[in-house]
Design a binder for this molecule. Sequence first.
Ligand SMILES: C[S@@+](CC[C@H](N)C(=O)[O-])C[C@H]1O[C@@H](n2cnc3c(N)ncnc32)[C@H](O)[C@@H]1O
Length: 299
Amino acid sequence: MLTGHALGLDALDLARREHEPVPLEAVGRVADLLQRRMSGESVARLIGEREFYGLSFGLNSATLEPRPDTELLVDLAIKALPSGGRLLDLGTGTGCVPIAILANRTDASGLATDLSPEALEMAQANAARNGVGERLDFALGDWFAAVEAPPALIPPHKGEGDDEHGTLSHAHPSPRWGGTEGGVGSQPRGPNDCGFDLITSNPPYITSAVIETLAPEVKDFDPRLALDGGPDGLAPYRIIAAEAGRFLKPGGQVLVEIGYDQGASVAALFGARGFSNIAVHRDLGGLDRVVVAHHLSGS
Ligand SMILES: C[S@@+](CC[C@H](N)C(=O)[O-])C[C@H]1O[C@@H](n2cnc3c(N)ncnc32)[C@H](O)[C@@H]1O
């Protein structure tokens, strides 16, 4: 993959030309990529993209690499979202969660947030790349503060038929006011538009002290902001459990990814905040991976 990337060849062309020597001018590029891989940088980071839920996502230094573990969150959300539903994804990174959901639920729309402007910019590019840019809005900020803040934070990536040149571009003549441009996902959004049917999040959930013990691919290359869940790894869940009710319709649901040993703690946090029908779902490896909690009261 690295050689193909350095030579600009896809897998088929690489196989077809496997007996040809690497051109001398490309040898340095291949060697550089191999050196970086040996230093722990992942293949996905080196080639700048990663597959998730059958879709391709661009990466940058501010985004976590999407992991297959997170596909369970997407599976559950696709089933839970009501017809024509609206989704809020907190800490979206590459945007892999809401983009995969909306790609499979063409009736739905959503809002994706992150504290990192660089991550949000990549998520917006990925939404256009995967054909859901018209149904996904973006907001920058600290958890729910992003939802309440005045919108219009970054210019949109063009695409999906609104770009006569067929390219993605940051150069848009007018700012995007949080999705008021028309289309399925474009209801006015602001402090009072809190009627989400579903809130999803794969927040940072690694205990601060454990981060240094992780593989170089993670501790040296995944952004710290995407990993660090505070002293006990539960800090973002406390905020989400405390605030989510204000942003959900009655009957709405929160779905959060968790670490394998956090099921009981995270379920208890949602229980203490009045959520009902709380369930811990296991991934294909048999590990606790997603907590689902229902907001029944409307409070
Ligand atoms: C574990 S990563 C998950 C990224 C993506 N949802 C995924 O599943 O690949 C957590 C994300 O939360 C974002 N984040 C961290 N602290 C945040 C905060 N206070 N408010 C909003 N987003 C935050 C990080 O920038 C990162 O993109």
